[in-house]
Design a protein around this ligand. Structure first.
Ligand code: ADP
Ligand code: ZN
Length: 298
């Protein structure tokens, strides 16, 4: 059986056709312009391909509450053309197939949980550190949604005493995203993040903040694995420093087999940057199964 997958991002839309084994058979990338321009191109990609369902991992915030009138909408995004846009309905009507929907980071979390390094685990956290910081959470074997979806990039942070930066988040200033996203690095240090590779103090502070957040996720969620993706994590010097700070911050309070092997506990993604699109594929597969079980017809 074939499924469609869409990674809907603020700059590009990655769309793919794949199968139940998670194999991507065809893929394309389309720039994100306005819905009027972009959506017909996506519909054309997915049309006539014989897909049984479509899964979308989407930039947000989005409405994931199935009982809400605006379920399946992109909601308060700063990308104004997409604000309150009903992306799921468009595909349901054009393709007449079930449409699964979740956040982009929950999609990546699901990809790793289905085919990657979190396979078989009941609980894990996926953190993407890029233009923003997003956190996808697997709890009791399911993606966590709550009233909306977790926004673990916007947790409030204590600012380290040697850090004079006032923070980049327009809502919270010094939340995790405000202190540690790619744009925050650039604003604090005066150069794009990738040009700061040779400055150890940059990555020490970055690792400190990420470790602080990770320690809080560990204390709250007790995850069996932490996966770190996104452009900023291309700085390979970060991972070791993060593990070391996490060990210090836990301070011996928790003793588990996972925490005794931090090299296997805090890791980079395992699916060659396909975790997002593969997760979207699984969102489509899961939605088809859900509708079959419920006897719902799309
Ligand atoms: P997005 O979050 O927009 O989907 P990315 O995950 O690639 O895309 O994140 C982009 C951010 O990552 C930018 O702020 C950029 O400065 C930063 N970035 C990209 N590559 C690197 C790198 N090699 N080292 C450090 N930062 C990087
Ligand atoms: Zn914030």
């Amino acid at each position: 059986m074939l499924f469609g997958a869409l990674e809907a991002g603020g700059t590009k839309m990655v769309c793919a056709i794949g199968n139940e084994q998670g194999e991507i058979l065809k893929r394309s990338s389309i720039p994100t312009e306005t819905p009027a321009v972009t959506m017909p191109k996506l519909a054309e990609f997915f049309s006539g391909k014989g897909i049984a369902a479509l899964g979308i991992g989407c930039f947000g915030p989005i409405d994931l509450n199935r009982s809400s009138q605006t379920y399946g909408h992109i909601t308060t995004t700063p990308k104004l053309a997409w604000k309150n846009y009903d992306i799921c309905r468009f595909f349901r009507e054009r393709l007449e197939i079930p449409v699964g929907f979740d956040t982009d980071v929950n999609g990546s979390m699901l990809g790793e949980a289905t085919w990657g390094c979190a396979k078989g685990l009941e609980s894990a956290v996926y953190i993407t550190v890029g233009t923003g910081i997003g956190v996808g959470i697997l709890a009791d074997g399911k993606l966590l949604h709550g009233m909306l979806h977790p926004e673990g990039g916007h947790i409030l942070m204590p600012v380290r005493s040697d850090d004079p930066y006032s923070g980049k988040c327009p809502y919270h200033k010094t939340c995790l995203e405000g202190l540690a996203s790619g744009p925050a690095l650039e604003a604090r240090w005066g150069a794009p993040a990738k040009e700061l590779a040779g400055r150890p103090e940059v990555w020490d502070l970055e690792a400190y903040y990420l470790a602080h957040a990770i320690t809080n996720y560990i204390m709250i969620l007790s995850p069996q694995k932490i996966i770190l993706g996104g452009g900023v994590m291309h700085q390979t010097q970060l991972l070791g420093k993060i593990r070391s700070y996490v060990k210090d911050m836990i301070a011996g309070y928790l003793v588990t087999k996972e925490l005794q092997d931090l090299d296997s506990y805090i890791v980079l993604p395992s699916l060659d940057d396909n975790q997002g699109i593969m997760g979207a594929l699984k969102l489509g597969m899961d939605e088809l199964e859900r509708q079959n079980q419920a006897g719902v017809h799309s």
